[in-house]
Design a protein around this ligand. Structure first.
Ligand SMILES: Nc1nc2c(ncn2[C@@H]2O[C@H](COP(=O)(O)OP(=O)(O)O)[C@@H](O)[C@H]2O)c(=O)[nH]1
Ligand SMILES: [Mg+2]
Length: 393
């Protein structure tokens, strides 16, 4: 399906035909995407907010489930789209591609990123990647009940200051925080609240080429949204993005956004802007020392660690501390092997040597019992053959 030419515009991989913008046909006041790592409570939030007003199907051309539902709030209707759970937006897995493409081309009016408060640092990696694509983000800080149980104090205020986007603490399974989440995300979707995320600090050797390519793209395709993200993908050598540029899908999408879809002329060859943009990309990529992917990942990891350190406090003398400490020792590179060997030796000793003690004790117990029973039978004056049969066996 993805490779077919669109009958209307002639563009291959036509994003409109693929159904990315299908929501536009329906009467809603806005589209809200729901993103997050797997198992953070995304579906719990989705079900609580949409109730039975759900529609389940597949993503266009993919076998990944797509769930959509209607969320009503203060007389407004929003479409809520549950994205596949992912840890990142960078890899080539189908789920990540879907989440990434929807955030880019579906252009939701707001995105809720559901994060696991008990595992903040890892969850922040995805938050920061999403903030590179869109600013209209609300963080749903979920599993706060679980965090409390584990002795973790997670500060939504601190997180909000560091990220620059609204953060709503929640315990979705109990329904806590959902009302505030809806209120906040509706305001973002309607443009009443404008999040201003703090830019991810990038090393200069990445920052400069990125900015240069982004402005080159904006000149080549005036009005192109997400130019920075698209530039990043191109610099990373993302084949899908190159193809979208080459085939004219990107230009077509832009025309559609600008309401000029009718003016699109079917292309015979590659889009004329593709060649200069790709050449410039090659040029700039040579200026980056090392792998852009690694440099970017390092920047994200460092920032996530710093933010999580400021936002999370661990209460002392809590069982969770012991659990953590034990876990750290058992899985440490230094101790894991000796501990495993010691455990194995222990098991050997028990099977070979240690088992003698209980069996000896049992034998002693039986002989003692036999003597006692014998004495009892004698006392009762039982005949010798009955005692022999019942006691001595
Ligand atoms: N303790 C607790 N559990 C939750 C909360 N939200 C979701 N869960 C549970 O976490 C598990 C994963 O939730 P689910 O909504 O399927 O996560 P998804 O993979 O992100 O869609 C389920 O067992 C939920 O009941 C919460 O706020 N607190
Ligand atoms: Mg789910």
């Amino acid at each position: 399906m993805a490779r077919e030419r669109c009958a209307l515009c002639g563009v291959r991989d036509c994003l409109l035909r693929q159904g990315w913008m299908r929501w536009d046909e329906e009467e809603v006041d806005g589209v809200i995407a729901l993103a997050g790592n797997p198992n953070t409570g995304k579906s719990t939030v989705f079900n609580a907010l949409t109730g039975l007003r759900q529609h389940v199907g597949n993503w266009p051309g993919k076998t990944v489930m797509r769930a959509e539902g209607i969320l009503e709030h203060r007389g407004r209707r929003f479409k809520l789209v549950d994205l596949p759970g992912t840890y990142s937006l960078f890899s080539l897995s189908t789920e990540e591609e879907i989440a990434r493409d929807f955030l880019l081309f579906g252009r939701p009016h707001a995105t809720v990123v559901v994060v696991d408060a008990t595992n903040l640092e890892r969850n922040l990696h995805l938050v920061m990647q999403i903030l590179e694509v869109t600013h209209r983000v609300v963080v749903g800080l979920n599993l706060m009940d679980e965090a409390r149980r584990k002795g973790l104090q997670v500060s939504p205020q601190q997180l909000e200051r560091d990220l620059g986007v609204p953060v709503v603490p929640m315990a979705a399974r109990r329904g806590e925080g959902l009302e505030q989440l809806v209120e906040t995300v509706a305001r973002v979707a309607l443009g009443e609240l404008i999040p201003r995320p703090r830019p991810l600090p990038l090393p200069p050797q990445v920052q400069r080429p990125l900015e240069e390519l982004a402005s080159f793209l904006e000149e080549a395709l005036p009005g192109l949204p997400h130019a920075r993200w698209i530039a990043l993908r191109l610099l990373e050598g993302d084949g899908n993005m190159q193809e979208a540029l080459n085939s004219g899908a990107l230009r077509h999408w832009l025309s559609w956004l600008q309401g000029k879809e009718q003016e699109v002329v079917p292309l015979d060859g590659p889009d004329p802007v593709a060649q200069p943009v790709l050449e410039r990309t090659e040029d700039l990529r040579r200026r980056i020392d090392g792998s852009l992917h690694d440099l970017l990942a390092q920047a994200i990891y460092a920032e996530a660690e710093a933010i999580a350190r400021r936002a999370v406090r661990r209460r002392k003398e809590h069982p969770w501390d012991w659990e953590q400490r034990l876990d750290r020792i058992l899985t440490s590179p230094l101790w894991a092997f000796p501990i495993m060997m010691a455990l194995l030796m222990g098991v050997f000793w028990i099977t070979i040597k240690g088992a003698n003690y209980p069996s000896e004790m049992l034998a002693r117990l039986f002989f003692w019992g036999e003597d006692q029973l014998g004495a009892l039978f004698q006392f009762l004056g039982a005949p010798w053959w009955l005692t022999g049969f019942l006691v001595h066996g």
